[in-house]
Design a protein around this ligand. Structure first.
Ligand SMILES: [Zn+2]
Length: 324
């Protein structure tokens, strides 16, 4: 009770003081969440994912609203001809972008990892909106440059959002390869059999099934205990054997891994699974490499994937490193 009374009194006190201030002042003094742009010039809803079109719209708006802080450049075209956009963010009045030490940030190399796009875009948004508002950011953009590419896999970024997929497909880009080695390319992809816009698991009733439907959500199956009888069995992801080779969904879009395309310590597919033909044979990676080679001021890089709960350094080996 004591705590409740204290809270009540404090809240009332705050409310009374706010009443005596202008609304703008009141917000700054009482309601502003630390580190958040409280009145952003570029309005973005961060509770959704953005398609390529939406991304471009937001980036163009950033340029419009912050002409002294943002430039937007296409560093090349994707396999399907989409632009690979890079935001250059710095205080242009305080010196040229290429004269300052820079950080490269990209997202979404794995196309299903669309969170990486949003984090990259948010970083750009945060930097530009907090400039002039937070001394640290103001100083940072005077002295340093950020090159931010929200998606370096725009083709498959939209394909993941718009077409029927699993949560993991396509992790690749949109080039079609011969995944099962039968001389045909992409002849047996997933099939959205129930036309619900998602590739989910096929199930059927079976006397030996180990699953029952969740009573709270019948879309979910629950495995029964060893001594209980189930009702359904799982048959794998939706699909049919289009090429009649006895396998289902074994040759769809992709599969190569753009994150096995970087030049340093590159190895062919049988050593590092997912490598395409040779280093930088993925056009999107090649565009990134060419940009980086032309910008020797880049001193650090961060690549956003999705959930892992960790920060990884790039693939490498232990030569030259001292183990601690
Ligand atoms: Zn990834």
């Amino acid at each position: 009770m004591k705590l409740k009374n204290w809270l009540y009194t404090t809240a009332l006190g705050a409310a009374l003081s706010i009443g005596t201030l202008q609304t703008g002042q009141a917000q700054e003094r009482y309601f502003r969440a630390i580190g958040t742009p409280h009145n952003p010039k570029v309005q973005v809803s961060w509770n959704r994912y953005h398609t390529n079109l939406a991304l471009e719209e937001i980036m163009r708006e950033m340029v419009k609203q912050h002409p002294n802080l943002v430039k937007l450049t296409s560093i090349g075209k994707s396999y399907e001809g989409n632009d690979i956009w890079v935001l250059t963010i710095t205080d242009f009045k305080a010196g040229k972008a290429e004269d300052k030490p820079a950080m490269w940030i990209d997202g979404n190399i794995h196309s299903n990892e669309i969170q990486g796009t949003e984090f990259s875009l948010y970083t750009a948004w945060y930097l530009t909106e907090m400039y002039g508002d937070l001394d640290f950011i103001t100083e940072l953009l005077k002295d340093k440059t950020f090159y931010i590419a929200p998606t370096i896999n725009p083709d498959a970024h939209d394909y993941f959002i718009k077409e029927a997929n699993t949560q993991n497909s396509p992790r690749s880009g949109m080039m079609i390869t011969d995944n099962d080695g039968d001389g045909e390319f992409g002849e047996d992809p997933f099939d959205d059999l129930n036309k619900d816009g998602h590739i989910t698991m096929m199930i059927r009733k079976s006397p030996t099934g180990r699953y029952v439907k969740d009573q709270m959500d019948p879309r979910k199956l629950i495995m029964v205990a060893p001594d209980q009888q189930g009702e359904y069995e799982m048959l794998g992801y939706e699909g049919v054997d289009r090429d009649g080779d006895g396998r289902i969904n074994e040759d769809g879009i992709g599969y190569y891994d753009p994150n096995r395309d970087w030049g340093w310590n590159w190895q062919p597919d049988y050593i590092q699974s997912g490598a395409l033909r040779y280093p930088f044979s993925v056009p999107e990676n090649r565009a990134v490499m060419e940009f980086v080679m032309k910008h020797p001021n880049i001193a650090a890089a961060q690549s956003y994937h999705n959930y892992g709960g960790m920060i990884l350094r790039g693939p490498g080996d232990c030569r030259g490193f001292r183990h601690l």
